[in-house]
Design a protein. Structure first.
Length: 278
């Protein structure tokens, strides 16, 4: 079991380490982050019921010395709250623009909206779905990432049905943290539960495809996946009490789906090194 897990961790870490090295993060910084998370998870999730968790027990569970466990426990977590909040607000506005019938045209497509005015307007869209953030700030952000464009008559046109940062590395790295976390949580759940309670987890791939077909695969994936995501977005929003206060129900849960596309060069002499023995 440990051999299989170790091999899986190595495969998981290779692309992550590639990102870290490309962004100038040395091993020492990564080691401290890893130790901090080890200590936090041991403190929060591996205690003995009815007893307060101690540094001594954390030391035993993690393999760190008591001194080291205490040191890393005092380290501060890096924050990306501002970047994450900007992403969430902009994504909510685009999502609502696509699905809310008040902001779509007679064909069900996102309508070109005036910035201000009675009825459907960009300002009203932002007010409903982005809280107290000024409409101008959201507009500037969507223009910056190429999600909207200003028409000659002053209206705003949605040109991308998703919020995808094109140049801002910080935003892309923040998305890395949330998306990879979510898929690992799903895998963790499926490892611990029985088959009847497992979360949906599937993929399809082939390993002898010609390079010429890849653009078609990317295009087909983007079209079909976007359609499914928009369908699920419409359904989920009907049951979310922030969007639909009349939905009712008890508890407070988060649920969703994520879709990703992947490809790899397996040509002899290519850049693939994922499965090299270590």
């Amino acid at each position: 079991m440990k051999t299989v897990l170790s091999a899986a961790v190595i495969r998981l870490l290779r692309p992550l380490v590639r990102i870290l090295l490309r962004n100038g993060v040395p091993y020492g910084s990564f080691a401290d982050l890893s130790k901090r998370v080890y200590v936090d998870v041991a403190m929060d999730e591996f205690g003995i019921k009815g007893r307060k968790q101690t540094i001594s027990r954390v030391s035993i569970i993690t393999g760190l010395s008591r001194k080291e466990a205490k040191r890393v426990k005092g380290l501060s977590y890096p924050k990306d709250t501002e970047v994450a909040e900007r992403y969430n607000r902009a994504a909510r506005v685009i999502s609502a623009w696509v699905r809310d019938k008040r902001f779509t045209d007679s064909k069900g497509q996102p309508a070109d909206l005036p910035i201000e005015g009675d009825g459907a307007s960009f300002s009203e869209l932002v007010k409903l779905y982005s809280g107290d953030v000024p409409a101008r700030a959201i507009l500037d952000e969507l223009v910056r990432v190429g999600a909207v464009e200003r028409l000659d008559d002053g209206r705003i046109k949605l040109v991308s049905r998703a919020y995808l940062p094109k140049t801002e590395e910080d935003e892309k790295l923040s998305i890395l943290g949330t998306d990879v976390r979510d898929i690992i949580r799903t895998i963790d759940h499926n490892l611990r539960c029985n088959s009847t309670d497992s979360f949906f987890q599937r993929k399809v791939s082939y390993d002898n495809l010609p390079a010429e077909v890849l653009p078609k695969i990317r295009s087909l994936t983007a079209t079909e996946a976007q359609a499914l995501l928009e369908k699920m977005d419409r359904w989920l929003s009907q049951h979310d009490r922030d969007v639909n206060p009349s939905a009712g129900g008890t508890g407070k849960k988060m649920a969703g789906i994520g879709i990703y596309y992947f490809e790899e060069d397996l040509t002899e002499g290519g850049n693939n090194h994922e499965d090299h023995e270590v």
